[in-house]
Design a protein around this ligand. Structure first.
Ligand SMILES: C[S@@+](CC[C@H](N)C(=O)[O-])C[C@H]1O[C@@H](n2cnc3c(N)ncnc32)[C@H](O)[C@@H]1O
Length: 215
């Protein structure tokens, strides 16, 4: 299993974001595995936020001489808006009065020394997926957590996972008492399609491998 460079681990732990260390190490291992088995294909993340999980994909991409692509409109999800549980007022652009996580994301990548290993796409996930034209070694879904957004992320990006590539879904909670159900429904849909087989479970982080054609 790929080990995370201590400087990248320190940058990850210092970054703002929502990825715990144990799930992050599982994501990094999955990214390293996919990148090594499918040389030359990029790793793709939906839900950059401030770059905490992006560091993990970027470190794996660097080790395999590929690249991590990360997609976010940088205006925050529903639960990150003012008045909601995960709002961070330091991330509001005072000039336009809206969330803007892009400047903090750029500082995160700079601090990690991983700027050259990442292509950041500022845009809405379904629109980016619709113009995306090549297979990817791994898709990591950690964008909007409503049914509308999680479903659009799955429908937009799952078809781009290469055969034997990985689909990773964060915040999968089978028990509604533990969290929102949209990522769980997407995870179930992927398994029920017959196109994906579960590879690993690290708390709410689920790693699936593309083993079949239909999605
Ligand atoms: C839970 S946060 C991502 C956390 C990040 N992966 C981490 O490790 O800290 C979700 C992010 O998804 C973005 N997002 C939500 N819906 C989106 C959409 N439809 N298109 C692009 N980005 C979206 C939000 O702006 C937010 O930054």
């Amino acid at each position: 299993m790929a080990t995370l460079d201590p400087s990248h681990r320190a940058a990850f732990e210092a970054a703002k974001g929502f990825m715990p260390l144990d799930e992050g190490l599982a994501l990094h291992a999955a990214a390293g595995d996919a990148a090594a088995r499918l040389p030359g294909l990029p790793l793709l993340e939906v839900g950059t936020y401030c770059g905490r999980s992006t560091i993990l994909l970027a470190a794996a991409a660097r080790a395999a001489r590929t690249v991590a692509v990360t997609v976010d409109h940088h205006r925050g999800s529903e639960e990150q808006q003012p008045g909601w549980e995960y709002h961070d007022k330091e991330l509001v652009d005072p000039e336009v009065g809206l969330m803007d996580t892009l400047p903090t994301f750029r500082r995160t990548l700079h601090a990690a020394g991983l700027e050259d290993d990442v292509i950041a796409v500022a845009g809405r996930s379904p629109q980016v997926a619709a113009v995306w034209g090549r297979p990817v070694a791994l898709v990591f879904i950690d964008g909007g957590h409503t049914d509308e957004h999680a479903t659009a992320d799955y429908e937009g990006w799952a078809p781009h996972v290469a055969p034997d590539g990985l689909l990773v879904v964060h915040d999968v909670f089978p028990d509604p008492a533990d969290g929102g159900q949209a990522p769980y429904r997407v995870y179930r849909r992927a398994l029920d399609s017959g196109a994906f087989t579960e590879v690993s479970v690290t708390r709410s982080l689920r790693v699936l491998r593309r083993t079949g054609p239909g999605i």
